[in-house]
Design a protein around this ligand. Structure first.
Ligand code: SAH
Length: 500
């Protein structure tokens, strides 16, 4: 899967500035691993006059098939592994599909967000751009491709047929087109259009793509989607693509409409999609139950210096800040985007010195040991473990319980048994597209028990949310406490270090 982004320039405003805007150096070929394969970024040409960046996604068909089988397991629709595999013995590695869209967002996150600290004025201004996608699956035909891109400010939208086999023109055209876009647009706008429209044109269905799709669509669609004549089609296809034509998809559409008219904030979208229940009175969102349970457990453990690992958009950090007993709060996340939103939510830039001194947000991955995380009273992993592939869990386990080693660790995760109770969740689906797994109560206890044993902790389990007599609570919370002997060992080590 392949696309190129080119621009032209002059000696004063060199085209190679594109490298800054994309946050990728024109002199280097770089590779990034994504969940479906390796994404390469390189520059076929890079001079002051002309500069072109290429994004090539080398799909790992085996990983893809495995992911599909794993996710398809027990899912009814497209659930049989054979059917799933058959879907992938196809053109996926070559055609620019939704996987390329995911890669685009992974590799060019800052550019997509319009962020460029070194050249903010260039990021904010239109550039002469040329984008080429040599093989674009065109569900709906060339005509639809034209309809989708024509209203978006391009001077030239060229949609050419791609022959099935160039050596045998008599075989006719394939279902792919070659797309060339030329015009003066902000780079971020162009990337956002591709991010949304590539999956809209792709007719394969996936269930594993990232969470918060409504939120993402709203963000990526900012400034161009609301007035697009094909908006209903784009929204419907984008979301049904990500969710399947399910009730949750319909619910999401409703929310998109609401959000467009109402500027609904991101959190209420999340809550409504994931945590709505069917009760008549307004239910307390599950996220709130979770935060309350976490705060109580932290207070009970006498924690003052707390790590929020995988802090996301900072809701828990915000709640912790409200209680003065938490003297030091560190939010860690791998996603810069989440951290940016968290910092906005907390109004870090406008906070008084005293408050600001209590809180730090830092980027980091929990699958690597990190010295900065040592020496805290407690660590919280709220709804984080299920976002990691199972084979990365031992790395997280070591980083948290082996290396950072706070006295208390709180882990929350969905209880998959409860999923049958969600009105909006189609049977067999996990709660988020990005959940790599969801555990039963027994599975979580088994994991937690082993972790505790390996690292010298005890573990207690608490329900969060309504504890259903049959299927248990929607969220499970494990409270790990370092045993006294381990605490003694830690104190001894510290004393030794001080003495030395
Ligand atoms: N703790 C928050 C967010 C949960 S969503 C809450 O309870 O609402 C999961 C978060 O984990 C996301 O923000 C994601 O970016 C982060 N995450 C996933 N893998 C991670 C990793 N390896 N290292 C750090 N953060 C990670």
């Amino acid at each position: 899967m392949f696309l190129t982004i080119g621009t032209t320039g002059t000696l004063e405003r060199p085209a190679t500035d594109l490298g800054f805007l994309l946050h990728k150096h024109p002199g280097r070929a770089q590779a990034f691993s994504t969940s479906h394969g390796t994404a390469h970024v390189f520059y076929p040409e890079a001079s002051a006059e002309r500069c072109t960046a290429a994004l090539l996604l080398e799909v790992d068909p085996v990983a893809l098939a495995l992911a599909l089988v794993r996710r398809g397991k027990g899912k009814g629709r497209g659930g049989a592994p054979d059917a799933a595999l058959a879907q992938y013995v196809n053109d996926r590695p070559y055609a620019a599909s939704s996987l390329l869209s995911v890669a685009l967002a992974t590799v060019f996150t800052s550019a997509l967000g319009g962020v460029c600290r070194s050249m903010p004025d260039r990021a904010g201004a239109p550039l002469p751009l040329r984008i080429e996608v040599p093989a674009l699956p065109a569900r709906g035909g060339a005509e639809l491709v034209r309809k989708l891109f024509a209203p978006l400010g391009w001077e030239r939208v060229e949609v050419g047929a791609v022959a099935l086999d160039e050596q045998f023109p008599e075989w006719g055209d394939s279902r792919y087109v070659r797309l060339v876009l030329e015009g003066e647009l902000r780079l971020a706008d162009a990337l956002r259009q591709l991010y949304v429209l590539l999956p809209v044109l792709d007719d394969a269905k996936h269930y594993w793509v990232a969470p918060d799709e409504v939120d993402k669509l709203l963000r990526a669609g900012e400034g161009w989607l609301a007035d697009h004549p094909e908006r209903p089609l784009i929204t419907r296809r984008y979301l049904s693509h990500r969710w399947g034509l399910t009730r949750q998809g319909d619910r999401a559409l409703e929310l998109v409409r609401l959000a467009e008219s109402d500027d609904l904030d991101v959190d209420s979208v999340d809550n409504a999609v994931d945590e709505s229940t069917d009760t008549e009175e307004k239910p307390v969102p599950l996220a709130e139950h979770r935060r309350t349970a976490i705060l109580e457990a932290l207070r009970g453990a006498g924690a003052h210096r707390v790590l929020d690992l995988g802090c996301g958009q900072g809701q828990l950090v915000q709640a912790l800040l409200k209680d003065v007993r938490f003297t030091e709060i560190v939010g860690v996340d791998v996603s810069m985007r989440a951290l940016t939103i968290a910092s906005r939510r907390l109004k870090l830039d406008r906070m008084g010195e005293r408050q600001a001194g209590r809180v730090t947000l830092q980027q980091g991955s929990l699958t690597y040991t990190d010295k900065r995380l040592k020496g805290y009273d407690a660590a919280v992993l709220s709804e984080v473990v299920e976002h990691l592939d199972l084979d990365r869990l031992p790395a997280l386990e070591y980083a948290v319980f082996g290396s950072a080693r706070p006295r208390t660790v709180l882990v929350t995760t969905p209880n998959v048994e409860y999923n049958v109770r969600w009105e909006t969740l189609p049977a067999g689906h996990v709660r988020h597209g990005d959940h790599r797994f969801e555990w039963t109560r027994a599975e979580f206890r088994e994991w937690a028990g082993k972790v505790a044993e390996r690292h010298g902790y005890t573990v207690a389990h608490l329900p969060v949310g309504p504890d259903d007599p049959e299927v248990g609570p929607p969220t499970q919370l494990a409270v790990f406490t370092l045993t006294d002997t381990e605490i003694d060992k830690k104190t001894d080590k510290k004393k030794e270090a001080e003495a030395a």
